[in-house]
Design a protein around this ligand. Structure first.
Ligand code: NAD
Length: 494
């Protein structure tokens, strides 16, 4: 197992019986302790716009202190044997599991997603920690002969700055914390200012399983991200967010040659072949287009349907979309919650403004009704021009274009005609044909007859402007490591 170390250390945890209380105070953690700030801020519940609890507002000095503590912690943590680090991550996962309902409800209240989707995210957050803890990352022996042994080792990079978006605040936090710690790094977690609550609670809980300084959190406003990416003491940035911000992160990190993993935006196409069961596929395609109210990097954002079934397919999709129940995610029976924040709500509104301006044809929806929260009516645009905003850009809301195609070559070209390359799916009863088409799509994740099917054991990353590198799976673990080649001469020098 790797990364290994020349000398080892052992974990000193605070207590063998973890305290699993879950109160409504939210602290940032520096050096194993809550670190209050002079100023505070708060998020909003997007379903009713009511303010949530106060959270700290980190300063640059807080970041400096966190980096100093992280440096100290790294000296020891990086030498803790892999098996012990793994056991600590698994014990931490058990604690999150014990509190899964509390995390789930907090997620609904801060993010807005309905209970079944929050259940999925909470379970996935736990599964990802356990799943990645079970990936072996052995040293590779490249040569072993009479002269020498040459080994490739995967050694920790150092201090990781984890920058999390607001759409999956729980899963995308544990999906960075677990692999960073397993590989011997220490981590400073920065949740999105829109959804700070789950991330802060996760890091608070982690203090019972890891020594001080190994897992820390900072809660700030828009200034904090750039402070982290430009801080000379941070060695690696694991970033998930928009492509626009990803480019700024890369630019800032380049000044100190930080390692970066960027998980960015998407504009996923679905290619629907004519041989499918129309109603079944329409239901699935609509599900993946509107899941989380369109606020997933991997939502279907362009739906290409063969012209021979186009009208029937469109009407079936519309039927399914009209059955959605929009409302406060905490209420039973709600299938689709609000958008998460005012910035996103205002941006999505601009696509609705374009309906009239651009003369787009609406198959369902088309109007945003006034409400107490950031609610948007699920909307399908019927065959807009291929170069229209709704096809080219990522709205990140529940408004999706439906398009028709004639020939295989043409639809492959159109699916690839984007600067994004995150995911894609092909839907057909001819699995061989669908696989052949899928392999021609320039995207990091391709599915046949499904979409958004993920695993902690599989690398996840984007091609083109959808990202750099991958997270999860053994590739993901390696992304938190430097490669070290060890040439061990078998002859002594005496
Ligand atoms: P965002 O880029 O606005 O913010 C993401 C995070 O970056 C937040 O924590 C934010 O505070 C921080 N940030 C903002 N400006 C920064 C800067 N200059 N330097 C450093 N950090 C900065 O993204 P968002 O609106 O929170 O999330 C939505 C976007 O994220 C969508 O484009 C979506 O496709 C993408 N996303 C991608 C994935 C993926 O895995 N590929 C997953 C989820 C979301």
């Amino acid at each position: 197992m790797a990364p290994s170390a020349t000398t080892t250390a052992t974990i000193q945890t605070k207590s063998s019986t973890p305290d699993l209380s879950f109160d409504r105070s939210y602290v940032q953690i520096i050096g194993g302790k809550p670190s209050p700030t002079k100023e505070v801020r708060h998020g909003l519940n997007p379903a009713n716009l009511q303010p949530k609890e106060d959270v700290p507002l980190a300063t640059q000095e807080d970041l400096d202190r966190a980096v100093t503590c992280a440096k100290d912690a790294f000296k020891t943590w990086s030498r803790v044997p892999y098996e012990e680090r793994r056991n600590a991550v698994l014990a931490y996962a058990d604690a999150v599991d014990h509190l899964r309902l509390q995390f789930r409800d907090l997620l609904v209240a801060e993010q807005g997603k309905p209970i079944p989707q929050a259940d999925y995210e909470t379970d996935a957050a736990i599964e990802w920690m356990r799943g990645m803890a079970n990936i072996a990352l052995p040293e590779d022996v490249i040569e072993d002969n009479a002269r020498h042994t040459v080994t490739t080792r995967y050694v920790p990079i150092g201090i990781v700055g984890a920058i999390i978006p607001w759409n999956f605040p729980l899963l995308l936090a544990t999906g960075k914390i677990a692999p960073a710690l397993l590989t011997g790094n220490v981590i400073i977690v920065k949740p999105s200012p829109f959804t700070p609550y789950c991330g802060l609670k996760l890091v608070e809980l982690a203090q019972q399983f890891f020594p001080p300084g190994v897992v820390q959190s900072l809660s700030g406003d828009d200034r904090l991200g750039p402070w982290i990416t430009s801080h000379p003491g941070i060695d690696k940035i694991s970033f998930t967010g928009s492509t626009t911000t990803g480019k700024l992160v890369l630019q800032s990190a380049s000044k100190t040659l930080k390692r970066v993993t960027l998980e960015l935006g998407g504009n996923d196409p679905a290619i629907v072949l004519p041989d499918i069961n129309i109603d079944k596929v329409a239901q699935q395609v609509a599900f993946y287009a509107f899941l989380n109210s369109g606020q997933i990097c991997l939502n279907l954002k362009r739906i290409y349907v063969h012209e021979s079934i186009y009208e029937e397919f469109r009407d079936a999709v519309v039927g399914h979309v009209r059955s959605y129940v929009i409302g406060d995610g905490s209420k039973p029976g709600v299938s689709h919650g609000p958008l998460q924040n005012s910035m996103q709500y205002e941006r999505v509104k601009t696509f609705f403004d374009d309906i009239e301006k651009q003369g787009w044809k609406v198959a369902t929806g088309g109007k945003i009704e006034p409400s107490q929260g950031y609610f948007v009516t699920p909307t399908i645009i019927d065959r807009p021009d291929e170069d229209s905003r709704i096809v080219v850009e990522e709205p990140f809301g529940p408004i999706v274009p439906l398009l028709s195609w004639k020939t295989e070559d043409e639809v492959i070209t159109r699916a690839n005609n984007t600067s994004m390359g995150l995911g894609a799916s092909v839907w057909s009863n001819d699995i061989k044909k669908a696989t052949r088409i899928g392999k021609l799509i320039q995207a990091g994740n391709v599915w046949i007859n499904t979409h958004f099917d993920l695993s902690p054991l599989a690398p996840f990353g984007g091609h083109k402007e959808s990202g750099i590198g991958a997270e999860w799976g053994s590739n993901g673990l390696k992304g938190f490591c430097n490669v070290q080649t060890l040439f061990c001469n078998k002859q002594t020098v005496s």
